[in-house]
Design a binder for this molecule. Sequence first.
Ligand code: NAD
Ligand code: UGA
Length: 467
Amino acid sequence: MTIQRICCIGAGYVGGPTMAVIADRCPQVQVTVVDLNQARIDAWNDPDLSRLPVYEPGLDAVVGRARGRNLSFSTAVEAAIADADMVFISVNTPTKTKGLGAGQASDLRWVEACARTVAKAAQGHTIVVEKSTLPVRTAAVIKNILEAACDGEDQRTFSVLSNPEFLAEGTAIRDLEAPDRVLIGGDDSGSIDALAEIYAHWVPQQQILRTNLWSSELSKLTANAFLAQRISSINSIAAFCEASGADVREVARAIGTDSRIGPKFLNAGPGFGGSCFQKDILNLVYLSRHFGLPEVADYWESVVALNTWQQHRIARLVVQKLFGTVTGKRLAILGFAFKADTNDTREAPAIRICQDLLEEGAQLVIHDPKVKADQMARDLNQEPASQVDRLSGIGSWAEAGSVEDAVMGADAVLVLTEWQHYRNLNWQALAARMRKPAWVFDARAVADPAQIKAAGLCLWRVGDGEG
Ligand code: NAD
Ligand code: UGA
């Protein structure tokens, strides 16, 4: 079976870029990305490619080539499903906030809604592909819903595959165009072949891995758990370095040259953010308890606990270094996105650190090249201040249009995202604008320590025991 028409439900960070690359690489396949969110679809259709709803280096060029040719974005969900011979489900699967499993289990209401819409609208034979990250055995739920919709007279048939996405934000296009591997889980070889044929347009066959459904679903959770575990591991060692005089970058280099450990994902920082690491580990924790494996659950839960601790630790040490109080003090926050090269702030370390400092009564001035003020307000659950009473004891925040504005009169600068721009700041000039004694807290270790010290600023760098 050769796929001619694809529908992807969910035009988010994954659905949009993934389908854009498929359409770009397979010009003979019609790809329609659908979403219930009209504003998002309008943004994907914006003639000005700099206004796409997702910021990803290279995405504008890919969308520019395929859109209007074999790539379209629409809110006509059922029509696109009816037309398609393959439907990707790429909707959000956040952690449940209430009810059974609240705080850990994935909220599958959007996935279930998709399965029901597919069950209603699909025609002929439809291959349904799980692209969202899902709890192990979700494919059984989707199959159940699809099969229940086909009564005796119904000629329609379905096949369900798992095809998790491993892209990282900021490098999504590179990751999609040259993936380490593509993973397809399923029990129907014809459908697996059909999906593999799509990827084979640009991914070498030996990098297209085939597994059963449950291994594929679990591999996605496991990959994220292992990656996050490395970050918690190196952050735990960073704290040890600060206490003992070692330097975490030297330690990372020393262990990373061991080919069994490898050099990647050993950057100490303010803890991992992003929409998935915490969510997916907590999901693994929940499933482990469900399967009667409490020790396994505790093991993975500690990875998240260490991450939360690291963020509170950084906020706490800022307070301690600033003479035990930040009430009424102006603190410049450089970077709000969870990592560089994205406008995404989901679970960004900056959120927890800023909230702790606001709680202490600080006046934050936040700069980020891509994150807008209304997003910061939603994340901090607080509107920006129009005027500030320094002695009120109530924390406030404002957005700064430039780093220079952010540091004006500040007692400290906190670097929380590793934007390229923050690597080359003129610390001499910035220091002149700050109130002395002034501090730099470099949670990403991106700024030049020699320059900072030469500018007369006090410096704390993550994992630097000599600082
Ligand atoms: P997102 O929130 O950016 O996008 C999801 C979209 O689905 C939203 O636009 C929403 O309106 C739409 N949607 C929800 N229910 C719908 C329905 N019934 N019909 C039509 N549209 C509907 O989410 P995302 O970041 O793209 O993540 C999607 C999935 O991919 C998640 O399971 C996530 O864990 C996984 N994932 C994300 C990343 C990442 O980097 N963000 C990477 C790999 C995997
Ligand atoms: C991560 C995975 O890397 C992807 O493979 C996966 O598809 C995706 O999650 C997902 O399932 O959503 P992403 O969260 O976009 O991708 O970005 P990462 O580069 O993994 O960074 C995650 C967090 O870890 C960021 O806050 C980053 O700053 C932090 N990090 C990363 C470190 O603190 N140190 C490192 O060495 C690497």
